[in-house]
Design a protein around this ligand. Structure first.
Ligand code: NAD
Length: 370
């Protein structure tokens, strides 16, 4: 029997509940397809509150070590307090493991209420840069030594009379931009996608987002033969216009490539277009390691976490099985999940009048395998 090692992190809030449901589906699908000749060996790693209780650390080195060794993982959401407290563990994981592309395929599932007129035409894959931009975590509080030094420099250079300001840095680099765009080009070729749109605010931030646009075109030019051979169109759109386009004409877009902050906003807006972040999956991919995760957070607003929707996590697993070249497993899960939702079996966010729990939803998906 072939054993496939995968690291998992339960996550905070609804994390353990959606993980329990999703894992039932993943294990059953692997069993169904391989009939005992392949099995997943789930290796638990800790992060967030569970880790703090167990190890006294929110993100222990042991977790990073396991992910570096095994190279494939899947996680639930992790809480990040706003303003004070620790920095985002999600951002730390992406940076420490150099998971430089956050990939979010946004596609409609029939049966789900969506705000757009023709949600069935939405089929967008967002490539968001995951390690730099204003999310690099380089910022200083007002009155800190560093902030005061930067303010003095800015006042001197630009005569702007700045006082008592917090300072953040927005690094955007050639190497990290180009490797993201190259990953998007390779994805387009592999998945027969025909258009890549670079989304940026280069009109305002000329040397950061402007260069993001320039470097994306440069790497596209370096791979012109590949792009022409596969008839891939490359264009660019200013980020604020892209938000409008996403709301009004999402069907015109295929792959979007964008810096970190734009990508964060755009991903959630795109997810909302097809019915919410409880549904859309995600993956954080580097050259060596891949860590898949749902697009939603810990959902503190959900009173009964057993009723949370595990779809986003289950579909993140579908992306993971595709990454592991286990296409039969991903198709089986995706088709069966769609069948369930279409027939009206779903959690409270989708079927408020007649909901099933996350675990019941998982059981129904498994019943529908064929
Ligand atoms: P959230 O995604 O947790 O919730 C936003 C809305 O979506 C809420 O109404 C919630 O009830 C609903 N929702 C989310 N997931 C759902 C699901 N599976 N089923 C049904 N409904 C669902 O966003 P938030 O409330 O802004 O964030 C809560 C916490 O999660 C914060 O600490 C935040 O930092 C963290 N967070 C973590 C990640 C991650 O781990 N990658 C991502 C986003 C937010």
């Amino acid at each position: 029997m072939e054993i496939i090692d995968i690291v998992y992190i339960e996550g905070d809030g609804i994390g353990p509940f959606v993980m329990e449901a999703a894992m039932k589906v993943w294990n059953a699908a692997v069993g169904y397809v391989y009939n005992g000749s392949k099995k997943i060996n789930w290796i638990e790693a800790y992060a967030g509150k569970k880790s703090l209780e167990k190890n006294g650390s929110l993100l222990p080195d042991e977790t990073l070590k396991k992910l570096k060794e095994v190279k494939v993982g899947i996680k639930g959401p992790l809480e990040t307090p706003v303003g004070s407290g620790y920095r985002s563990l999600n951002v730390a994981l992406r940076q420490k493991l150099d998971l430089y592309a956050c990939i979010r395929p946004v596609k409609y599932i029939p049966g789900i209420k969506a705000p757009v007129k023709s949600p069935e035409n939405v089929d967008i894959v967002i490539f968001r840069e995951n390690t730099e931009d204003v999310y690099a975590g380089i910022e200083w509080e007002e009155n800190s030594k560093e902030a005061i030094e930067v303010i003095e420099f800015l006042n001197e250079k630009f005569k702007i009379n700045l006082h008592n300001a917090s300072i953040g840095i927005k690094p955007i680099s050639e190497f990290r931009t180009k490797r993201l765009m190259k990953m998007a080009i390779d994805y387009a070729v592999k998945n027969n996608r025909k258009k890549i749109t670079i989304v940026h605010k280069g009109n305002i931030m000329k040397y950061t987002e402007g260069n993001f646009r320039k470097w994306c075109y440069e790497i596209a030019e370096e791979h012109k033969d590949l792009i022409d051979k596969n008839s891939i169109e490359i264009n660019d759109v200013i980020a604020d216009n892209m938000f409008q386009q996403l709301l009004l004409k999402p069907e015109k877009y295929d792959i979007l490539v964008t810096p970190n902050l734009n990508g964060d906003y755009l991903s959630d807006a795109a997810a909302a277009q097809v019915g919410g972040i409880g549904i859309v999956p995600g993956g954080n991919i580097g050259d060596e390691i891949a860590l898949f995760e749902p697009t939603h957070g810990t959902a503190p607003a959900i009173k009964d976490p057993k009723m949370a929707n595990p779809t986003s996590l289950i579909l993140s697993g579908v992306m993971m099985f595709e990454y592991l070249e286990m296409k039969e497993v991903s198709s089986l899960i995706e088709n069966s999940l769609k069948k369930c939702i279409k027939s009206g079996i779903a959690t409270k966010d989708i079927m408020p009048d007649n909901p099933v729990s996350a675990v019941k939803f998982a059981a129904k998906i498994i019943e529908n395998f064929n």
